[in-house]
Ligand binder design. Structure first.
Ligand SMILES: Cc1cc2nc3c(=O)[nH]c(=O)nc-3n(C[C@H](O)[C@H](O)[C@H](O)COP(=O)(O)OP(=O)(O)OC[C@H]3O[C@@H](n4cnc5c(N)ncnc54)[C@H](O)[C@@H]3O)c2cc1C
Length: 324
């Protein structure tokens, strides 16, 4: 671990100046379940680590007139056990319950989860100067790419690791961001960025910005959501493929749907074509299969990961039928 200065932040307003303008110079610390590993492995080598946990009042879950508000330091365990979230935003509760282990969920926070860095083994190894580590090669292209992206990849083929981000995007959530000029809000649809736009980052946060709240619009009547995740080890593992679907139903007819794929692309991958296709349809096995096929239409697998296409189609179809 490289030596760094450790600063306990005391207020939201002071964090941007503590972070500074250059990426990599400083990093915020929440639960530390991801960042501490990166520091130990020399993947992150900041001069300053800015602890957010010393700022009071950043862990909360509350329903307000314009929707659900979740504080950035709210632990995944608190989200998992929240009656409000379970009753009205159960797709989020299901996704969070599928994250890591109870111990990690006790410490890991919601903002840390959506801002965590990729798990690609080339990026996480000191031995590979991959594109994300400032090199000029994505080693997955000619190397082992079993867990890499089948959609939206290139020139780097990471998959986004966050389960909660997939569910939050299906709920049309946005994030509140604090920067030097005050707060701004961004839809999660726009927050995450593909490697072709920014190879070094997975989201649009500037170096001196951080997430201060997650905002989820109020849930609509007759709307249900489901999160389905496939992983190699049920006990604790990242998604090989996952899907979050929400559907507003009128009898057996879907009046509105959101469909977001996880574990297959460098960002949580929303499929608007499928959302439109489902609108106004009676949900049958044929409709669910057609939607599943459409969801993976853009897939362009690598040498070892074409299995993800059928796997993802199966869970998309299963999720749609389960909600009908
Ligand atoms: C063994 C293991 C298994 C795991 N399995 C899963 C899994 O199945 N699914 C899954 O989704 N995750 C999984 N994770 C990831 C885990 O959920 C995250 O490590 C955790 O949610 C991160 O939260 P944290 O508060 O500990 O973040 P930290 O480690 O403190 O921070 C993570 C990153 O986010 C940044 N950050 C933190 N807070 C903010 C903020 N407010 N604004 C901007 N940036 C911020 C930090 O600078 C850092 O880069 C696993 C982790 C481990 C170690």
């Amino acid at each position: 671990m490289k030596k760094f200065a450790y600063i306990d932040a005391t207020s939201v307003d002071t964090v941007p100046s503590l972070l500074g303008r250059r990426f990599g110079q400083a990093q915020v610390l929440a639960g530390g379940t991801d960042l501490v590993g990166e520091l130990k492995e020399y993947i992150a080598t900041p001069d300053r680590v800015v602890n957010l946990k010393s700022i009071p009042g950043l862990d909360y879950i509350r329903q307000e007139d314009d929707g659900l508000k979740i504080g950035p330091l709210t632990t995944l365990a608190d989200i998992e056990t929240s009656t409000l979230i379970n009753d009205q935003y159960s797709v989020l509760q299901q996704a969070v319950s599928a994250i890591a282990s109870p111990q990690i969920r006790n410490v890991g926070t919601i903002a840390g989860n959506i801002c965590q860095r990729p798990r690609c083994w080339y990026y996480r190894s000191e031995d590979f100067d991959c594109l994300k580590n400032g090199g000029d090669t994505c080693y997955s292209v000619r190397g082992v790419n079993r867990y890499h992206a089948i959609i939206g990849g290139g020139p780097c083929y990471i998959v986004h690791p966050s389960d909660s981000a997939v569910a939050l995007m299906s709920l049309n959530a946005s994030v509140k961001i604090q920067g030097p000029r005050g707060p701004r809000e961004e839809m999660l649809d726009d927050f995450f960025v593909l490697p072709e736009l920014n190879i070094m980052r997975e989201n649009g946060l500037r170096a001196n910005e951080f997430v201060t709240e997650i905002i989820v619009p109020a849930s609509k009547p007759n709307t249900k959501g489901i999160y389905v995740k496939v992983r190699e080890r049920d006990a604790i593992d990242f998604a090989m493929a996952s899907v979050a679907v929400t559907m507003t139903m009128s009898g057996n007819t879907c009046s509105e749907a959101t469909v977001v794929l996880g574990g297959v692309a460098p960002v949580p991958w929303r499929v608007p074509d499928v959302e439109q296709f489902l609108q106004g349809k009676q949900i049958t096995e044929d409709v669910a299969s057609a939607a599943a096929e459409m969801a993976l239409r853009e897939a362009d697998p690598m040498s070892d990961n074409s299995y993800k296409i059928e796997m993802t189609q199966n869970i998309v179809s299963q999720a749609i039928l389960d909600l009908a």
